[in-house]
Structures are given as structure tokens and as C-alpha cells.
Ligand binder design. Structure first.
Ligand code: DLZ
Length: 158
């Protein structure tokens, strides 16, 4: 059997630290809202499931995924946060725009991780079509938002 996919159940099976004393920032993009709302819902529910108090989850929206870099950079300045999560969905169109945005966000978030003092978790779905994005935001392949929440908790304890 191919092992191409890993699901949230794999993550849950691993030990996840208690997150009741942790505080997180989440930046979420407004493009493809059906997808990003579902990612956000998964991330928040998973943080709370592991003990994070609702008042310690700080959510801000940005217009599109490209603005996730700036949003995350602003959030990394907040000393009270243990980690920041970015959530976005870029869907391939007919122009190279997709590649520029995906590469820009990826390098931007990598740069923040290399230069700032708190981890920034990368929750950008980069898919060929809407169905692939649905599959990964609460559909048949789980929810990337859930995975990002667990990664944020683990990295907060690093
Ligand atoms: C312009 C654009 C396009 C074509 N596609 C997406 C997308 O699929 N997902 C997304 O989050 N944002 C998209 N954007 C908007 C850009 O991320 C950005 O908001 C604008 O280029 C303004 O900087």
C-alpha cells in the first residue's frame, strides 16, 4: 500500500504537548474563502482540543496569500505569542501568477523562520484546482489547518 498520504490521525497518535498555557497568532487569507474558512476552523478547533484558551488565539485576516508574509511578520513582533500560523489557498490559474505567489509566500515565510524569534507554521494550500483544495481543508485528505495547529504546539515547545 502506498504511503503517499499522512492524515491527522497519524498526528494525533503522536504525543502532542499540553497547549493550555500557550498563545497563538493566526493570519488567514480572504481569497478562496470556502477553503480558508475551513482551514481556520480546523486550526482553532485543534488548538482548543489541546487546551489553548479561546482568548489566547488571535486571528487576523489579510486580502490574499501574498499578504500573509507581512501579516506574519507583524505577528512575530508580539512577545506574547508562542507561534504564528499562516493559512491560505492558492489555486492554479492559466497564468504564471500561481507560481509567483506560491514562491513568494514560501520564501517569505522561510525568511521569517530564519530571522525571527518565534516559529511561523506554513499552512498554504497550493493546488491545481478547487477540488484538491477541498480535499485538504476538511475533505477526504484531512484538514491542513488541523495539522498546522499541532505543528504550532510542537514548535512552541521547541
Ligand atoms: C491575485 C491572486 C490570484 C490570481 N490568486 C490568488 C489565489 O488563488 N489565492 C490567494 O490567496 N490570493 C490570490 N491572489 C491575490 C494575491 O495573493 C494578493 O492578494 C494580490 O496580488 C495583492 O498583493
Amino acid at each position: 500500500m502506498a504511503t503517499e498520504l499522512h492524515h491527522l490521525s497519524d498526528y494525533d497518535a503522536q504525543s502532542v504537548p499540553d497547549a493550555s498555557n500557550m498563545c497563538f497568532g493566526i493570519v488567514v487569507a480572504e481569497w478562496n474563502p470556502e477553503i480558508t474558512d475551513a482551514l481556520l476552523d480546523g486550526a482553532v478547533k485543534t488548538l482548543e482540543k489541546h487546551g489553548t484558551l479561546p482568548e489566547n488565539i488571535h486571528i487576523k485576516t489579510v486580502p490574499g496569500s501574498f499578504e500573509l508574509i507581512y501579516g506574519a511578520q507583524q505577528m512575530t513582533k508580539n512577545d506574547g505569542f508562542d507561534a504564528v500560523i499562516i493559512l491560505g489557498s492558492v489555486i492554479r490559474g492559466e497564468t504564471p501568477h500561481f507560481d509567483y505567489i506560491c514562491e513568494g509566500v514560501t520564501y517569505g515565510i522561510a525568511h521569517l523562520n530564519a530571522t525571527q524569534n518565534i516559529p511561523v507554521i506554513y499552512g498554504l494550500l497550493t493546488t491545481d484546482d478547487l477540488q484538491q483544495a477541498k480535499d485538504r481543508s476538511g475533505g477526504r485528505l484531512g484538514n491542513k489547518g488541523d495539522e498546522c495547529a499541532i505543528d504550532a504546539i510542537k514548535m512552541a515547545k521547541f
